[in-house]
Design a protein around this ligand. Structure first.
Ligand code: FO1
Length: 311
């Protein structure tokens, strides 16, 4: 059994490869829900959906989110009714949010709703939201506090980041099965996701970091920072905003409490000894996933690293 920690697009692409190397039924993925939002009366969980659509073969590969070939007719009319349309929810995508919201209004938890959605779409990897409680990533900027999607999508990450707040994380409990998956698997992979607002949000929950330190399984992570830049998204602005350097070394530093091996891109090979000084092994390989073969090779490297690093 392999347990993975995931955000959105980078994680989803990596998991596509992993599902070709390890049987899907033997993978559990713990997904960030700090980016979740409510719009038009619907509960939207972008990272869960990105991973689910990618594994179901439905995702718009170019954007990395949403459903391939979707149309926006419903959103157009919602706009005429005065609803906000900056978050581009396609007609097919809306079906997922309607179904999830309906299931949750019937009393199901987000975990239970996710299991049913995945079953309907034929996704066999076990997707677990990090929590069934409400946790929201809030960004403090010079113009005020904003929800993560408002910062990222509505305002296109243009505002200076002063602070990242995980609202609700102090009281939130990891969803059922999350800590157990970390403690009882054969290996853990931290996907190449944003270290602050994807993996950091998961780590902010009580018990997760402790479980990663306590587990007998090895922990391997893939750097989302390559050559001092994020592969995708605003990780650089967020890292700089909270006073961190934008480098693979910095990500290793954030994970050093629990990490056994850090996989960095070959362009960062000169950082190897600096990262090793933090007390972990380092593997250099191509981490940019352009093709299906790239995703499979990266997954193979991660699995080999897990096999070699026994605690
Ligand atoms: N990202 C955008 O940049 N613009 C959008 O309009 C947008 C809509 C959207 C709808 C559904 C969904 O599941 C994801 C969506 N995303 C959109 C992606 C999402 O905001 C982020 O990529 C993740 O939250 C970061 O992991």
């Amino acid at each position: 059994m392999v347990c993975t920690l995931a955000g959105g697009v980078g994680a989803a692409r990596f998991l596509q490869g992993l599902a070709r190397v390890v049987p899907e039924e033997q993978i559990t993925t713990i997904v960030n829900t700090g980016d979740d939002l409510e719009l038009h009366g619907l509960y939207i969980s972008p990272d869960l959906d990105i991973v689910m659509y990618t594994l179901a073969g439905l995702v718009d590969e170019e954007k990395g989110w949403g459903i391939e070939g979707d149309t926006f007719n419903c959103l157009e009319i919602l706009g005429k009714y005065g609803h906000e349309t900056w978050f581009r929810l396609g007609d097919k995508d809306l079906a997922t949010h309607i179904r999830r919201t309906w299931l949750m209004s019937e009393g199901l938890t987000l975990s239970e709703a996710t299991r049913l959605l995945c079953w309907s779409l034929g996704v066999k990897i076990r997707l677990l939201p990090m929590t069934d409680d409400r946790v929201r990533t809030i960004i403090r900027t010079p113009v005020g506090l904003m929800d993560f999607q408002e910062y990222l999508v509505k305002r296109m990450a243009q505002d200076e980041v002063l602070e990242i707040i995980f609202e609700g994380s102090e009281l939130a409990k990891p969803a059922g099965g999350v800590v157990e998956a970390i403690l009882n698997c054969n290996g853990i992979i931290v996907c190449p996701s944003n270290p602050l607002v994807s993996i950091g949000t998961i780590l902010s929950l009580k018990g997760i970091r402790d479980a990663l330190m306590k587990t007998d399984s090895s922990v391997v992570a893939i750097s989302p920072i390559v050559g001092g830049k994020p592969i995708k998204g605003p990780a650089d602005k967020l890292m700089r905003g909270v006073g961190l350097k934008v480098s693979a070394v910095q990500v290793a530093e954030l994970y050093k409490d629990f990490l056994d091996v850090f996989i960095v891109d070959t362009v960062d090979r000169e950082l190897k000894s600096e990262i090793e000084k933090l007390g972990m092994g380092v593997v250099c390989t191509n981490t940019i996933m352009r093709t299906q073969d790239d995703k499979i090779s990266l997954a193979r490297v991660a699995i080999e690293a897990l096999e070699k690093a026994s605690r």
